[in-house]
Design a binder for this molecule. Structure first.
Ligand code: ATP
Ligand code: AH0
Length: 372
């Protein structure tokens, strides 16, 4: 069957849309092939509204109320464009699985919560396709952090009985999933390691008015500021035990702005130091894991940052591949994962990983907005 998976992550770059063919019977292992992938960038004004909605200082309930519908319409249009590109109608697509935009992630407070917006009813109205959404709430209700949710799909698609695999995603935030070759779904270790591109992008925006450090060229031209890197590596999040997940609330504008006030560095040195922080915090998270039989596979936009990848190789002393080396796509991975999660939701099959999220038990993630 054909399905569409959509991801709009913490980097706020846009809407990733994957058109996939997915095995339609319950089988021992799910098969999925990517037919097409497009990123529809958010316009500047949309990014500004999402940033405001996320900010405890600037957010307000009217903004969130409207943005939920505004994003729902954008997601609907993005899916529809993909369908039109392939001459597909609503009846040709089994379902759309949409992550939505995380507006706030607060998994450890008195009322653990996480909030993804982008109204599903709008998506279904525009496309005529059943939409699956809200993939995090059931796990939160079961005492988990509601993240990470991708490890379930990584186990289905990447588990190997010959190699230990560490799957890394470097988006706005960086996360990893450890798939031991003798492990199973319930022994998965997965957590966010800290910032991915988020702080690098903030420095690029501030000093170069660019969205990101293309291929890591600026980082390569800068010098890592050791005192700042030491301070960053002392961040309490890094020494927390998993389950742990984080977001823009911790490593976003508030943190980078405070650093820009406190330190005076050359622009390229900011970019180099934040790049080193991402590499070092990521590698520290698996430093004690045995390197024999180990394969580290990186996905997310950060895989295209050559300097970051070089520094991860240097710091970890591991074989570090990208999804492309396995014949997959670094940028499409999370959107494909949404489609895979959606398949299990439709089949009423539990699809969280309690060992990763901290949930008390397995649950079926997601809600369904159906067509007539
Ligand atoms: N050519 C490139 N060179 C360097 N960095 C790049 C390049 N292309 C993309 N990136 C980085 O990747 C980011 C987007 O990554 P991605 O789409 O994986 O993030 P996301 O899905 O929004 O985040 P998350 O996975 O944390 O939710 C950009 O913001 C940019 O920093
Ligand atoms: C709450 C939230 O949106 N978390 C995202 C974010 O982006 C990366 C990292 O932080 C990860 O925990 C998660 O996304 C992926 C898709 C996940 O849940 O597996």
């Amino acid at each position: 069957m054909l399905a569409i998976g959509m991801m709009s992550g913490t980097s706020l770059d846009g809407i990733d849309v994957a058109l996939v063919e997915i095995s339609d019977k319950k089988e021992a292992s799910i098969r999925v092939s990517l037919l097409d992938f497009v990123t529809y960038p958010y316009q500047e004004k949309t990014v500004a509204r999402i940033r405001d909605a996320m900010s405890l200082k600037h957010s307000n309930v009217l903004l969130i109320c409207q943005l939920n519908v505004e994003l729902g319409k954008l997601y609907g249009k993005a899916a529809k464009q993909m369908m039109e590109k392939h001459d597909l109608s609503g009846a040709d697509i089994a379902y759309i699985a949409n992550h939505g935009q995380t507006i706030y992630h607060d998994p450890t407070s008195e009322f653990p919560s996480t909030f993804q917006i982008g109204e599903s009813a709008e998506i279904t109205e525009i496309t005529g396709v059943k939409t699956l959404s809200n993939f995090r709430e059931a796990d939160i209700a079961a005492g988990g952090q509601g993240a990470p949710i991708v490890p379930f799909t990584e186990y289905q698609l990447y588990h190997s009985s010959e190699k230990d695999r560490i799957l890394v995603n470097i988006g706005g935030i960086a996360n990893l999933t450890i798939l031991a070759r003798d492990g199973n779904l319930s022994s998965i270790i997965a957590f966010d390691t800290g910032p991915g591109n988020m702080m690098i992008d903030a420095a690029m925006q501030k000093f170069y008015q660019k969205k990101y450090d293309d291929a890591g060229k600026i980082a390569a031209s800068g010098k890592v500021n050791q005192p700042l890197l030491n301070e960053l590596m002392d961040h309490p999040y890094l020494s927390q035990q998993y389950p742990k997940t984080t977001g823009r609330e911790m490593f976003g504008e508030e943190m980078t702005e405070a650093l820009f006030q406190a330190y005076h560095l050359l622009p390229e040195d900011w970019v180099a130091t934040f790049t080193a922080f991402t590499a070092k915090s990521l590698c520290q998270a698996f430093a004690t894991f045995s390197k024999q039989h180990l394969e580290v596979i990186v996905a997310g936009g950060g895989a295209y940052n050559k300097t970051l990848m070089d520094w991860i190789r240097l710091e970890s002393q591991c074989d570090v591949l990208t999804q492309e080396a396995l014949g997959y796509s670094s940028e499409a991975k999370e959107a494909i994962a949404m489609a895979v999660l959606g398949k299990y939701t439709l089949e009423h099959t539990a699809n969280n990983v309690p060992s990763a999220t901290g949930a008390r038990h397995a649950v079926i993630l997601g809600k369904i907005t159906d067509v007539r």
